[in-house]
Design a protein around this ligand. Structure first.
Ligand SMILES: NC(=O)C1=CN([C@@H]2O[C@H](COP(=O)(O)OP(=O)(O)OC[C@H]3O[C@@H](n4cnc5c(N)ncnc54)[C@H](OP(=O)(O)O)[C@@H]3O)[C@@H](O)[C@H]2O)C=CC1
Ligand SMILES: N[C@@H](CC=O)C(=O)O
Ligand code: NA
Length: 427
């Protein structure tokens, strides 16, 4: 049986998982594809570094040219991460007629259109199932199984590191720093975890999910993105007393002819399926006009789970090579989206306010809410410190315009501080 040689660029958490899976699942893969697969060359930064995987029969190198100039290598997996030099690396590989698999959401969300067109020009495949929600096979599912349905919303927990941190803090009383360190040790976090904790990693994934679900090309700087770094434990506890779990959610919704996408902490009702997703697990809820609500759950980070998604792309590309059908885009759906007005984006909100513990303060808040046409569904007052009170409000539906007005009005009241404003998910 003919063997297809594979190159890897990167041998960290994901690269090691890919190497193990190719080695351990030879028989099944060749049974399905009619080809043997074998990893021939791996590009790393440091060839002398200790590796947890067996690289005895593999050429370890720092030179990409060892892959580029090797006609035997047909498929290359980019798992080095980051935008540069990953973009230049993939461009060079595609121009050398290599089919590429990547797990790199930063790159695909930012430069995916250009790379896709380079791939098409070279009749090469470029696939990236692992870039969104690690081990959950969500992108291919949207392409294949939602091909004819109109997706109205895609939302969920798409960052393993932050969900791990929130779970460890809420259930194990871990501090934020301890939980982040554990997520790094377990290989869930990016090499620089800033993008994880600041919501940027989740935003990249929502950009890719929006492309597949709505055909749109959203830009990172057009999205409101909030991470978990500034979240207060008091808000997490307060939310819990009100029957909610705080999760970092990505939400992308079709509103009229536009698409709205955001990432931030959201209060999820404790009995909602998304409230039950713990640790590094992710869950993506896709709502289609015909099918209704569907939920896809699984590990969002980690070597072998992510490698499984990479292998699904390698197997698809191998089949395309065998059938002579390479060069088609992973996602073909293209659709211009209108701008969504702030007045059209409506959610209930959790508001946490600090104010002097003296009579008349609540009246001021009530007057502002009445002025902007918003109303409360729940309100709780607790003592903050000796002379201030914390007031927590769950509002009825409010538009983003009303929320901005509320923030402006509260800014003008020296004595009242808005500490947090998070969306609340309905059941
Ligand atoms: N970790 C996870 O759970 C998931 C990760 N991903 C994505 O997968 C990709 C890889 O992540 P992960 O495996 O965690 O990263 P790691 O940091 O564990 O590994 C990165 C690897 O890339 C190599 N590398 C980095 N820069 C260069 C360079 N300039 N030239 C050559 N080699 C380089 C490193 O070499 P050396 O070993 O010599 O330092 C290392 O082997 C990223 O895009 C990430 O976002 C996606 C889903 C889940
Ligand atoms: N750092 C990412 C890895 C997977 O994409 C995460 O924590 O989700
Ligand atoms: Na995936």
């Amino acid at each position: 049986m003919e063997t297809i040689k594979i190159g890897l660029v990167g041998l960290g958490t994901v690269g090691s998982g890919v190497l193990q899976m190719v080695e351990n699942n030879q028989d099944k893969i060749s049974n399905i594809t009619g080809r043997k697969l074998s990893v021939k060359t791996i590009v790393v930064r440091d060839v002398h570094k200790h590796r947890n995987v067996d690289t005895e029969n593999i050429h370890l190198t720092t030179e990409l040219d060892d892959i580029i100039n090797d006609p035997e290598i047909k498929i290359v997996v980019e798992v080095m991460g980051g935008i540069h030099p990953a973009k230049e690396t993939i461009t060079a590989l595609l121009n050398a007629k290599k089919h590429v698999v990547t797990a790199n959401k930063d790159l695909i969300a930012s430069e995916g259109e250009e790379l896709t067109s380079i791939a098409r020009k070279n009749k090469c495949d470029l696939m990236y199932e692992a870039s969104v929600a690690g081990g959950i096979p969500i992108l291919r599912t949207i392409v294949n199984s939602f091909a004819a349905d109109q997706i109205t919303e895609v939302k969920g927990i798409v960052n393993g590191t932050t969900n791990y941190i929130l779970t460890q803090m809420q259930q194990k009383n871990c501090s934020y720093d301890e939980a982040l360190q554990k997520a790094q040790e377990l290989g869930f976090a990016e090499s620089d975890p800033t993008n994880d904790v600041d919501g940027i990693d989740a935003a990249y994934k929502m950009i890719i999910l929006s492309q597949f679900s709505f055909g749109t090309h959203l830009k990172l700087d057009e999205m409101k993105i909030q991470g978990i770094r500034k979240m207060q434990l008091t808000d997490v506890e307060q939310a819990s007393q009100l029957g909610y779990t705080v999760k970092l959610l990505g939400i992308a919704r079709r509103i009229n002819d536009g698409v709205f996408a955001e990432v931030g902490p959201v209060l999820v009702p404790a009995d909602h399926p998304l409230a039950t997703i713990n640790n590094e697990n992710n869950a993506v809820m896709v709502t289609g006009q015909a099918v209704g609500e569907t939920l896809f759950y699984g590990p969002g980070a980690g070597g072998l789970p992510t490698a499984n998604s990479v292998l699904s792309d390698i197997v698809s590309e191998t089949k395309n090579i065998v059938l002579g059908t390479t060069g088609n885009s992973f996602n073909n759906y293209q659709n211009e989206a209108d701008h969504v007005k702030a007045s059209e984006i409506v959610y209930p909100y959790y508001l946490s306010l600090k104010m002097p513990d003296i009579p008349g303060q609540m009246l001021k808040v009530t007057q502002i809410m009445t002025k902007i046409g918003a109303s409360f569904s729940q309100i709780v007052q607790t003592r903050n410190d000796n002379d201030s009170a914390r007031v927590v409000i769950i509002t009825h539906d409010m538009s983003k315009t009303q929320l901005a007005q509320l923030k402006e009005e509260l800014d003008q009241k020296d004595s009242i501080d808005l500490l947090a404003a998070y969306k609340v998910l309905s059941n």
